[in-house]
Design a protein around this ligand. Structure first.
Ligand code: URA
Length: 205
């Protein structure tokens, strides 16, 4: 498995805003969006491009255009990353993966999955909190059932347990994260982490 933890001042800055418990939902959402731009830049670093000659005002030169990219947002926290993806890649097709964490066992419980055909797409799975890895592993399973072969997960914070789980279940999936944190609490929250990402995005604390 290929794990990249982004080392960029802007990524660290916006991650700090997200970690700070005094950040209100409005600022939290903006910071999540801004941090996601930096993840998308890294995650798409090697996507294939189509080339075609184009005409500048001065002369002909080679132009480059991205191919099919599908983003799958893991509900609900992945929604906090979606605006940045759509902004940077307006042609992106978007799928949704609904999975709820059982608060006692932390096992993923599926309630919704819908996406376009993934067979020739570069698939970006938006799963901001890679804690136990159960939800992301499930989302990658579902993407593969829908013929995905080229998958990158975008995470805001990853924990060692989640990375280990992905290494065992899906060694072919790339992970791009803004931080690798220390461990998980008894309730499977990432430490130091940023709390419940969905609650903080949507003000449901
Ligand atoms: N999901 C969250 O929102 N936060 C965590 O720390 C772990 C899972």
């Amino acid at each position: 498995m290929n794990l990249t933890v982004i080392d960029h001042p802007l990524t660290r800055h916006y991650l700090t805003v997200l970690r700070d418990q005094s950040t209100e939902p409005e600022e939290f959402r903006a910071a999540a969006r801004r941090l996601t731009y930096t993840l998308v830049m890294e995650a798409t670093k090697n996507v294939p491009l189509d080339t075609a000659p184009i005409q500048t005002p001065l002369e002909e030169t080679t132009g480059y255009r991205i191919r099919d990219i599908v983003a799958v947002a893991v509900l609900r926290a992945g929604l906090g990353m979606l605006d940045a993806v759509i902004d940077l890649i307006p042609s992106v097709r978007v799928g949704f993966a609904g999975v709820q964490r059982d608060e006692e066992t932390a096992m993923p419980m599926e309630y919704y999955f819908k996406t376009a055909d993934l067979s020739s797409a570069h698939v970006l799975i938006l799963e901001p909190m890679l804690a136990t890895g159960g939800s992301l592993s499930w989302a990658v399973d579902k993407a593969k059932e829908n013929d995905a072969v080229d998958i990158t997960a975008l995470c805001v914070v990853a924990a060692p347990a989640g990375v280990q789980r992905m290494y065992e279940d899906h060694p072919d999936t790339r992970i791009v994260a803004a931080a690798m944190d220390r461990d998980l609490s008894d309730q499977y929250y990432i430490r130091p982490g940023l709390g419940d990402m969905g609650d903080r995005l949507f003000g449901t604390l």
